[in-house]
Design a protein around this ligand. Structure first.
Ligand SMILES: Nc1ncnc2c1ncn2[C@@H]1O[C@H](COP(=O)(O)OP(=O)(O)OP(=O)(O)O)[C@@H](O)[C@H]1O
Ligand SMILES: O=P(O)(O)OC[C@H]1O[C@H](OP(=O)(O)OP(=O)(O)O)[C@H](O)[C@@H]1O
Length: 214
């Protein structure tokens, strides 16, 4: 039997994903060694391989078939736009993509002013402002700590992830508009979906049943 390979998003989503798989008896103890520099892990018995990757690289591995299955945030799936099948909402990593800024920026949005929008997600921001709101804006791609942009005067608003809202609150910023809700999703390579249909379908069925039970 050939190996099925999983690409998991490093960081926030990884532990939750491993916890979930473990509940189904899919374990990979080797992966828990935090000091290890090893990059890929194998469960010989189940013929599975696992590796961790940066979020935006997960859909890339899955599109090219370097991984059969991936777990990644919906934000990253939309932003990367790779040819993958999104098969399951895993129900964790819940947050929202929002337009945020100082309260007075609401007026600029209302009047469709030509504002600057800082974001790690230029495609999502462009789609929202141009296609949904029909508002022309200047999008500035940043790589992190996006909330800094309105504070230092780089942009009037940001498009970023809001989970608890505490980063915004601590910096005097507010949610101005909601773009979309987000959560972790399972994605599958289209060829793997056909070639390994039974194994992948049964995994999806098990996960779905587990999610229903709560
Ligand atoms: N508070 C949050 N901040 C960021 N992402 C979150 C949050 N809550 C849930 N998520 C989800 O978790 C995914 C991965 O989060 P992670 O922290 O690994 O990403 P990141 O902050 O973009 O990565 P990095 O720290 O490598 O820049 C996101 O793409 C998103 O779907
Ligand atoms: O609503 P909250 O619970 O405060 O979470 C939202 C914050 O978390 C994320 O940043 P992250 O910690 O990933 O750092 P980054 O800005 O460097 O990407 C996101 O970009 C927000 O800044």
């Amino acid at each position: 039997m050939r190996y099925l390979t999983f690409a998991l998003t490093k960081g926030r989503l990884a532990n939750k994903t491993l916890e979930m798989l473990e509940k189904l008896g899919i374990t990979c103890d080797e992966m828990k060694d935090k000091d290890s520099r090893k990059l890929i892990f194998t469960n010989e018995e189940l013929r599975l391989k696992f590796f961790l990757a940066k979020g935006p690289d997960v859909p890339t591995y899955v599109e090219y078939g370097a991984a059969d299955i991936g777990v990644v945030g919906k934000d990253t799936i939309i932003e990367e736009g790779r040819k993958v099948h999104e098969v399951l909402d895993l129900g964790f990593g819940k947050c929202r993509m929002c337009v945020c800024g100082y309260e007075d920026a609401a007026e600029l949005l209302k009047h469709h002013e030509l504002i600057r929008v800082a974001t790690k997600y230029p495609k999502i921001a462009k789609d929202y402002f141009y296609n949904k709101k029909h508002q022309t804006v200047e999008i500035i791609k940043m790589n992190g700590s996006i909330e800094l942009a309105p504070i230092v005067g780089l942009s009037e608003v940001i498009v970023d992830i809001v989970e608890t809202g505490s980063t915004l609150k601590e910096n005097g910023l507010v949610v101005l508009e909601e773009v979309c809700p987000l959560s972790a999703r399972m994605i599958v390579n289209p060829v793997s979906m056909r070639m390994e249909n039974d194994r992948i379908k049964s995994l999806i069925t098990d996960l779905r049943a587990m999610l229903r039970e709560g």
